[in-house]
Design a protein around this ligand. Structure first.
Ligand code: LMR
Ligand code: MN
Length: 545
């Protein structure tokens, strides 16, 4: 997929009020690419991940070529990342090439091999030089000339599988050149026509089906892509790569329970298939919350180094699974390996949606943030902010919702979200109008599309697992509102404590862990600010998290 794809996600569940991405839980994957950025994948919760995907992909609202370039590249990488490969890039899966290789190794007795023989039926063989000629114009990017050639062949041989296939590819090129969904749709339709023909060599059926599915995803027709892949897997039940692609297609539309048996079936055929292993492990970890079951699959899958397995999301979830079953040292070995591979910014900074030129440090001073005057504005008004928050807690009106990103080992931790993804929650803000009026004066907080503003209340007994937020694009500030003895936070191994009326400021893309060993609740206002080194252009173009 050259350039398109939906959004991916990462893991800190605490992203937005349950509507956003978390690092690593979802199936999506890398984030957008911005100048020199490493937006990496992490994981959103599968559901959320899928939401993203669906958003981009479906909607029927979003036409692939009508997305802005940035969004397209995100979509593109997402899909690609998820293993819906461009057939041309998919190692070992280009039937034509495979055939060529096979023939070469057998070429003892001198015999000319035709590299496209496995996609060429007997009728096409008779016109192969014409077909090759058209293909070569297409491959050289001479789209108009290639189209003339394909059309000329099709006039005489309307059912030539290779001519139709070539024409479909050519239409796709034309679509890209003209940024036209009409041509894209025609390309998809033409691929489907190939699948309906009789006498199409198996390799060409597979190649065509994959391309059709991939282009459908690009177009936002994920459900159709699933259908196409499902048809292919039924026709070629022993083909593991197709099963993997179908599994990914299900994950991309949020159908984890449909994906699960597909990866299992792939593993029945090929028990060491790395791609299927990491994906099934991912499902055990994120959907079943069963780290012990996920570990061996993620580990074995990653160790294969197979295409699609060397991925931050899988390192992320393997490390997190190990941490949760108490194997800390092993967890850090995995994180270190991930950092060495460039999947993480560092072993402690494991966000997956990153811009790569940003200073990263666990704890920040007000001066370093450049937002000192705004921090002071909120500190000066801390009692107003506290009282509005307390009133909502008293109401038991359901304003505060339990943390739902599976970050807690135990305890009662609730949040009340006022802003997320750069958008004000008007309904919630009506409940705490003075606080929101203050935030409205702070562009870097109210407009922080990769963060939230929220109250957070923790009861005694809470332990929050070590975790990383999804992105390095924000700086997280906590304003102490009600702070008893007992709660503490560690960011990348350095401890901090809340103080009433004061901010503590950290970068939550670094691993952090929270305990509350006291006797009464702790209340803070969490305010995310854009990282001060992001340019206006970056802030305008980054995808929301
Ligand atoms: C976190 O950001 O994970 C926690 O620090 C949130 C909180 O309420 O302390
Ligand atoms: Mn956190």
């Amino acid at each position: 997929m050259g350039k398109a794809a939906r959004r991916r996600h990462a893991n800190d569940g605490e992203n937005d009020s349950g509507k956003a991405l978390r690092n690593g839980s979802s199936y999506h994957s890398r984030g957008d690419r911005h100048s020199g950025t490493t937006e990496s994948p992490a994981g959103l919760s599968p559901l959320k991940l899928c939401l993203l995907v669906v958003t981009v992909a479906t909607g029927g609202l979003v036409a692939a070529y009508f997305l802005n370039e940035d969004a397209q590249s995100v979509i593109h990488s997402t899909l690609l990342h998820y293993g819906i490969p461009d057939f041309l890039q998919f190692t070992g899966s280009n039937p034509a090439e495979d055939a060529g290789q096979r023939e070469q190794t057998q070429r003892q007795p001198k015999k000319t091999s035709y590299t496209k023989s496995s996609i060429t039926n007997s009728a096409d063989k008779k016109i192969r030089s014409e077909l090759d000629d058209a293909d070569s114009y297409r491959e050289k990017g001479q789209i108009e000339k290639a189209m003339e050639k394909y059309n000329a062949i099709l006039k005489r041989y309307p059912k030539s599988p290779r001519a139709l296939y070539g024409k479909a590819e050519n239409l796709d090129k034309l679509a890209e050149k003209k940024q036209s969904n009409t041509y894209l749709e025609e390309a998809i339709q033409t691929f489907l026509t190939v699948l309906d023909l009789e006498n199409v060599p198996d390799d060409l059926v597979i190649q065509t089906g994959r391309r059709a599915a991939e282009r459908m995803n690009f177009r936002g027709w994920s459900a159709k892509a699933v259908k196409t892949l499902r048809g292919l897997t039924q026709r070629f039940p022993q083909n593991v790569a197709l099963k993997n692609e179908l599994g990914v297609a299900y994950l991309m539309v949020g159908k984890t329970e449909e994906a699960r048996p597909v990866f299992k079936a792939a593993l029945e055929i090929d028990p060491k298939n790395g791609f299927a292993l990491v994906h099934l492990g991912f499902i055990y970890k994120t959907a079943d919350n069963d780290p012990a079951k996920a570990i061996p699959l993620l580990r074995e899958g990653i160790n294969t180094k197979a295409e699609g397995t060397v991925d931050g999301r899988f390192y992320f979830h393997l490390g997190d699974s190990l941490q949760r079953v108490g194997q800390k040292e092993e967890a850090y070995e995995v994180y270190k390996a991930g950092a060495d591979l460039g999947l993480f910014l560092s072993m402690y900074q494991r966000s997956l949606y990153n811009v790569d030129h940003l200073t990263g440090r666990p704890w920040w001073t007000p001066e370093q943030t450049t937002y000192k005057k705004y921090l002071k504005l909120l500190e000066d008004n801390w009692k107003v902010i506290r009282d509005e928050g307390l009133a909502q807690m008293d109401l038991k009106s359901g304003a505060f919702l339990p943390e739902e990103e599976n970050l807690r080992e135990k305890g009662d931790w609730k949040q009340f979200t006022l802003y997320q993804r750069g958008q004000k929650n008007k309904k919630n803000c009506q409940k705490v109008p003075k606080t929101c009026a203050l935030i409205d004066q702070i562009p870097a907080a109210k407009g922080c599309k990769r963060g939230q503003v929220k109250y957070s209340v923790m009861q005694p007994g809470v332990h929050v697992w070590p975790h990383c937020g999804p992105t390095n694009c924000r700086i997280r500030a906590h304003l102490g509102l009600v702070v008893p003895d007992g709660p503490r936070i560690s960011v990348a191994g350095q401890e901090g404590k809340w103080v009433e009326g004061k901010f503590i400021i950290f970068d939550d893309s670094f691993e952090h862990e929270v305990w509350h060993d006291g006797n009464s609740f702790r209340l803070v206002l969490i305010v995310d600010f854009w990282h001060p080194e992001l340019s206006d252009h970056e802030k305008a173009n980054l995808s929301p998290i």
